[in-house]
Ligand binder design. Structure first.
Ligand code: PLP
Length: 419
């Protein structure tokens, strides 16, 4: 069933309570302001040699520099390591397919992914499998942590890429990316010292808002970002590609044509969106610490109050009860502060979703990409949860504009709904 209705919201003021920030975020006013001139007076094509073109190219260059610095790059040459794409989905595709294309001397290359990656990774590896790539799926435990011991066992000389997301979009579990990159590096040193493989990619789309995304601290070779999860515009993403120890990029383009993005992504740059992305990145870094603390507190408050309303509720993923006594930095090494995936025993998620929507509360039953199709969440399935629990679970995700007042209001409404 595809569910579609909007009669309960005031479409002029959109005055419902939005608790679906993991699906997308509104564009911040600062971002809008930064973008506007690039729709009107600064309309040049960055590839043009004249003034208008150079003005647009300067905006793209400055934006690239801002994003690059935000992920720990400093040397001017490193800035070429950030490639703007049309979405994070495209960036994930570029990482997976681009690495495989480059590695075509390896007979039947292998990619290792976790079982709880975003669809843009899982469906891409399914497609690559059909084309002869070997795919190894790393299982997760019941909280969503990748079983890293198993990683050591499945790495081999055919492995060209390991792709493990930084933080999950449905349950918020944060993977130990530094530990994983160390395992890969140690394995490489011992078993494949002369090769660039295996490379390590992480999808940091949900993580960027709250976690340190310095690529050197994390030890990743490739990293995906998206603007619309961090108060930037939709339809713009980026892929970081470590080109430090190779004169060549370790990746081949999926879209060919002009020479934009250092020949890795042809097509006239979406200048306004790129400028907006950079502004969103700048703001996110500035607000990261404060927002992490504010949202953690809100989430814990919401959770405690919700338990008073309905004591049977449980968290899918890392439990808040076990983490709320931790210091913020320890807490966010285990789970994102803003995502609460909650099991409501004896209630159907589908029914609740509709009732919440009628009460002007926007939440979701999982990943936005899948929720319209009412499919049981593959992420919750990978945790080993029974189908009946999955069908009774909803995702609440908080964000920059979530207030205590809103949460109090939502709790009142939930009390009515669960009566
Ligand atoms: N990766 C993760 C973890 C996500 O949450 C999303 C968003 O749905 C994506 C990738 C895809 O992002 P985009 O909508 O920019 O393609």
């Amino acid at each position: 069933m595809v569910y579609r209705h909007n009669f309960s919201y005031d479409s002029k003021t959109n005055k419902g309570i939005y608790l679906d920030y993991a699906a997308t975020t509104p564009v911040a006013s600062e971002v809008m302001k930064a973008m506007m001139p690039y729709f009107s007076e600064k309309y040049g094509n960055p590839s043009s040699v004249h003034y208008f073109g150079q003005q647009a190219m300067a905006a793209v260059d400055e934006s690239r520099e801002i994003v690059a610095k935000a992920i720990g790059l400093s040397a001017v040459n490193d800035f070429r390591s950030v490639i703007f794409t049309g979405s994070a989905t495209e960036a994930n595709n570029l990482a997976l397919r681009g690495v495989v294309k480059f590695s075509d001397k390896i007979l039947k290359p292998k990619i290792i992914v976790s079982t709880i990656e975003h669809e843009s990774v899982l469906r891409t590896v399914k497609d690559l499998e059909k084309a002869g790539v070997e795919i190894e799926y790393l299982p997760v435990d019941d909280k969503g942590f990748v079983q890293i011991e198993k990683l050591k066992k499945v790495l081999d000389k055919k492995t060209v890429l390991v792709s493990i997301m930084y933080a999950n979009n449905e349950i918020g579990t944060v993977q130990p990316i530094k530990k994983i990159s160390k395992i890969i590096k140690d394995w490489k040193l011992e078993n494949n010292p002369d090769s660039i493989y295996p490379l390590f990619h992480t999808d940091a789309v949900q993580a960027f808002q709250y976690l340190n995304c310095n690529v050197f601290d994390l030890g990743v070779d490739l990293m995906t970002l998206s603007a619309h999860k961090i108060y930037g515009p939709k339809g713009i993403g980026a892929l970081y590609i470590n080109n430090k120890d190779s004169s060549n990029f370790k990746i081949l383009p999926l879209i060919t044509g002009g020479h934009q993005e250092f020949d890795l992504r042809a097509g006239t740059e979406n200048v306004a969106a790129i400028v907006g992305f950079a502004k969103a990145v700048e703001l996110a870094v500035l607000l990261r610490k404060k927002e992490t603390e504010r949202i953690s507190k809100l989430a814990v408050y919401f959770w405690r109050e919700l338990k008073k309303i309905y004591s049977k509720v449980e968290i899918n993923g890392v439990d808040l009860e076990k983490t709320d006594f931790l210091k913020t930095e320890d807490y966010i090494s285990l789970r994102l502060p803003n995502i609460l995936n909650i099991y409501f025993p004896n209630y159907s998620a589908e029914d609740l979703l509709i009732k919440f929507d009628m009460a002007q509360i926007a939440v979701s039953a999982g990943s936005a990409c899948l929720s319209r199709f009412s499919k049981p969440s593959p992420v919750l399935q990978a945790l080993g949860l029974p189908l009946q629990r999955i069908k009774s679970s909803l995702r609440f995700s908080f964000g920059r504009f979530t207030t205590k007042e809103e949460i109090v209001n939502v709790l009142k409404k939930i009390k009515n709904i669960l009566k």
